[in-house]
Design a binder for this molecule. Structure first.
Ligand code: ZN
Length: 297
């Protein structure tokens, strides 16, 4: 008599009653749910191979960018966007000072070159710049009108700061004129009503002088009060940087050198940045702002 190698299979489940059947179904449901949830977790963890088979993962709706709180404007002040006006001295048929050592070397070319470099540094730093000129041109045919338009541009654009860039010359009819060298910074006090609290053109001149000296190492002859058209007619803190003397041979070599121009431009840009920090300029939604005195002219 042959022996059964395998005993008769017995059914695993006997459907004796409904309760038992329901219990089994429930267990099955639980198992399926557990698998679905587990696969969902796997998908969330980045195992796309396993997840792509079964479950559509839960994708949370994009969270909106949090809106920053509105700017609180202090009493007596107005909110203004930061704008720097850079003025490259002279241009066009006004060459500015002329080299006594080399034909065709003019102030207007140096001032524009430095100003364009300053513009690039500031733009790179996210500081908005407007130039009075970007090419070899002047703004009007007469010097008086040309200077007035430069100041007017800064006023119309509600500039925060105004920087005019020039090259100095000493009158060569005076003995020892060729020995005079170095940088001077001109400023003009615009009276009692200041655009910013505790910040006038003299303070701006000091900041600029220190920043430029630190970068190009030039001898500094000091800040000089000077009733110049662009300084008198601009409403914001303004300085005029006389970078170096074209009439001095050492300074002449500096003005010719790309390195000196670059370092001077970096110094001017750093001075402007430091002045903006002093004015507590701040960024709001990608734009730079300052608070100005409301009653400033
Ligand atoms: Zn000049």
């Amino acid at each position: 008599m042959a022996r059964l190698i395998f005993p008769n299979p017995r059914p695993r489940f006997r459907l004796k009653n409904h309760a038992r059947f329901t219990a089994v179904l429930l267990v099955l449901l639980l198992v399926v749910t557990a698998v679905v949830v587990a696969l969902g977790k796997v998908r969330e963890n980045g195992d796309s191979e396993a997840a792509s088979i079964v479950v559509t993962p839960f994708v949370p709706p994009p969270t909106p960018e949090p809106t920053p709180p509105p700017i609180e404007i202090p009493e007596g002040k107005s909110l203004e966007k930061v704008i720097i006006v850079l003025d490259a001295g002279h241009g066009g048929n006004d060459p500015g000072t002329i080299s006594p050592y080399e034909d065709g070397f003019y102030e207007k070319e140096v001032t524009l070159d430095i100003a364009l470099k300053v513009r690039d540094y500031l733009t790179e730093a996210g500081i908005p710049v407007i130039m009075t000129r970007e090419t070899d041109t002047r703004l009007a045919d007469t010097q008086k009108e040309d200077l007035l338009r430069r100041a007017q541009l800064a006023n119309d654009k509600k500039a925060t700061l105004f920087v005019s860039i020039h090259v100095n010359a000493y009158d060569l009819k005076y003995p020892g004129a060729r020995q005079v060298k170095g940088m001077e910074i001109f400023y003009y006090n615009k009276g009692k009503q200041m655009m910013f609290e505790d910040f006038d053109s003299y303070r701006f001149a000091e900041i600029m002088a220190n920043a430029i000296k630190a970068h190009n190492g030039i001898q500094y002859r000091g800040a000089i009060k000077n009733d110049l058209s662009v300084l008198r007619n601009t409403k914001m803190p303004a300085v005029l940087v006389e970078t170096a003397y074209i009439t001095n041979q050492e300074d002449h070599a500096r003005l010719k050198s790309a390195e000196f121009r670059t370092k001077t431009a970096i110094g001017i840009a750093e001075g402007i940045k430091e002045a903006l920090e002093t004015l507590q300029a701040f960024e709001y939604e990608g734009e730079l702002y300052v608070f100005k005195e409301l009653d400033a002219e």
